[in-house]
Ligand binder design. Structure first.
Ligand code: MN
Length: 287
């Protein structure tokens, strides 16, 4: 199933070129009182939400997909976990261009040394909300990545068990200001984490380790690779991350970008594609 969030918080099932409005399926969610749990409540109950959405989708009102504003398919993740240099050819290009590494060893270490970092959850938007660039005097780059949405809490999970903790997949854009500061600062301005266009549930993607991914800016292709070139694959990333901290339902893991990162400017339109997920278009403006 392809689950999207759209408009001012509606829940939809994407069915070809239409979205079926199944917002009423959220009625199955338990009532919560403060303090809220450390997970996304929709993703934590996704099996029940999907069951209800299936039951009501056929009679649900539908709207053209092209007419809706797509939001992040996860509203309230606890964290956005990011793999910094997880494709060898991207590591090679970072090492060969000083404007990408800024003389910092932390920027040129392989993932086994560099580890993972976090983006602020306030950076998260959906494709319909667009990217608002800051620090226009500096280089701002696109990075297309396979995004994994955690479905079940994961703590010291082995790679063999890891995919059983996944709710589904989406496309992630890890927008980045280049420079010497910590990644978490340069990659966390509002709108610098784009998730979309929808969540594809795990059952629809048997092997996340063999998906084409591409990105174009204004119709010109910049990135084109396949997740089989990931240094740490999805299962290994879950094993590694969950050995440091608990992954909660709704946590997002963006798995790293392949080679071809390049600057973006206000006025650009990014088109990002991941096989078995789809394509999302994202407009770039000045903040
Ligand atoms: Mn990245």
């Amino acid at each position: 199933m392809r689950l999207c969030r759209f408009g001012s918080g509606s829940l939809g099932v994407v069915d070809g070129t239409v979205v079926r409005d199944v917002t009423r399926a959220l009625d199955v969610l338990p009532a919560y009182r403060y303090p809220l749990p450390p997970h996304d409540v929709m993703i934590a109950n996704i099996d029940r939400v999907i069951e209800r959405a299936r039951a009501i989708a056929a009679d649900a009102p539908s709207v053209p997909l092209a007419s809706v504003t797509l939001l992040s398919p996860v509203a309230n993740p606890g964290k956005i976990v990011c793999a910094p240099v997880n494709y060898q050819k991207h590591l090679d290009e970072v090492r060969s261009q000083s404007e990408l590494h800024h003389g910092s060893q932390a920027h040129t270490a392989p993932i086994h040394t560099a580890g993972l970092f976090l983006k602020a959850i306030s950076a998260l938007v959906g494709p319909g909300e667009g990217i608002a660039l800051r620090k226009l005097d500096r280089r701002n780059d696109h990075e297309v990545e396979l995004a994994v949405v955690v479905g079940k809490a994961a703590r010291n999970v082995s790679r063999q068990e890891a995919l059983g903790h996944v709710a589904g997949y989406a496309i992630g854009l890890d927008i980045t200001i280049r420079g010497p500061e910590e990644r978490s600062l340069r990659k966390s301005p509002d709108s610098y984490a784009v998730l979309g266009p929808w969540l594809v549930t795990r059952d629809e993607i048997v092997d996340p380790g063999n998906l084409d991914l591409r990105l174009a800016v204004n119709g010109e292709e910049r990135q084109n690779s396949n997740t089989r070139f990931l240094i740490l694959g999805v299962a290994e990333l879950i094993e590694y991350a969950s050995s440091f901290y608990t992954l909660y339902p709704g946590d997002i893991i963006i798995t790293g970008t392949p080679e071809g990162v390049s600057p973006i400017q206000p006025g650009d339109v990014i088109s990002a594609y991941v096989e078995h997920i789809g394509t999302m278009e994202v407009k770039v403006r000045a903040a």
